[in-house]
Design a protein around this ligand. Structure first.
Ligand code: CA
Length: 221
């Protein structure tokens, strides 16, 4: 799950980004509206966290521009206390959820996972593939009912494939959803991480589909 965070308050942006990374998200930060609009239109994100009061282009204008460009990523808007009209404006412009500042980072993480899950078309929080389960509410991954220890990158790959179980995810889509924008990605590194992940989730399988990408499947299917 890769998140676009558009927030001009540097200390707040750093704090949110650090906390979301600790929850296994990949996070790209834009510090003004123009940069945020550009990133949201040119890169692939699973969701965006959008502050409304931004320099150069305000959050509502950014959101309208994304929707006008048919960018459908779930967007959570950050509003000031008592910002009733902000909320109304945000929803009118196409926001999916909002949080009032100040908020608990755990709540932000929870809401983002819920937005990403619903955008992938899942009504329930608990997803399963053989003995492996992914709780899209808490983010917890278990195998045979026991917590499975995963690195952030492994978690992002598995959650991405779990949300699209049985469907082929192209290599480029997968890479975009698991690495931050400025990460150096060589062609073998994704392969190496997937090989490690395969051992951890067996007998659930990450199958490589030649020339197309990867698909998560139950053993023997
Ligand atoms: Ca602001």
């Amino acid at each position: 799950m890769r998140i676009l965070l558009v927030e001009d308050d540097a200390a707040l942006a750093d704090g949110i980004a650090r906390a979301l990374r600790a929850e296994n998200f990949a996070v790209d930060v834009a510090r003004d509206g123009i940069d945020g609009q550009h990133l949201g239109e040119t890169e692939l994100f699973d969701a965006a966290v959008l502050d409304l009061g931004l320099p150069s282009l305000d959050g509502i204008a950014v959101l309208r521009a994304w929707r006008a460009a048919d960018r459908r990523l779930p967007v959570l808007v950050l509003t000031a206390r008592d910002g009733w009209s902000d909320k109304v404006q945000g929803f009118k412009a196409g926001a999916d959820d909002y949080l009032v500042k100040p908020f608990r980072i755990e709540e932000l993480a929870l809401r983002l996972r819920a937005l990403v899950r619903r955008a992938a078309g899942h009504a329930g929080e608990r997803l399963a593939c053989g003995p492996v389960t992914f709780d899209a509410g808490t983010g917890q991954v278990e195998r045979d009912g026991l917590p499975l220890r995963l690195t952030g990158l492994e978690w992002r790959i598995l959650s991405c494939l779990m949300l699209r179980k049985g469907a082929v995810v192209s290599r480029s889509d997968l890479a975009e959803r698991v690495y931050e924008g400025d990460a150096e990605v060589d062609s073998n590194s994704l392969e190496v991480v997937i090989a490690r992940l395969r051992k951890k989730i067996a007998p659930a399988e990450i199958q490589a589909v030649r020339g197309r990408g990867y698909v998560l499947a139950e053993a023997g299917s």
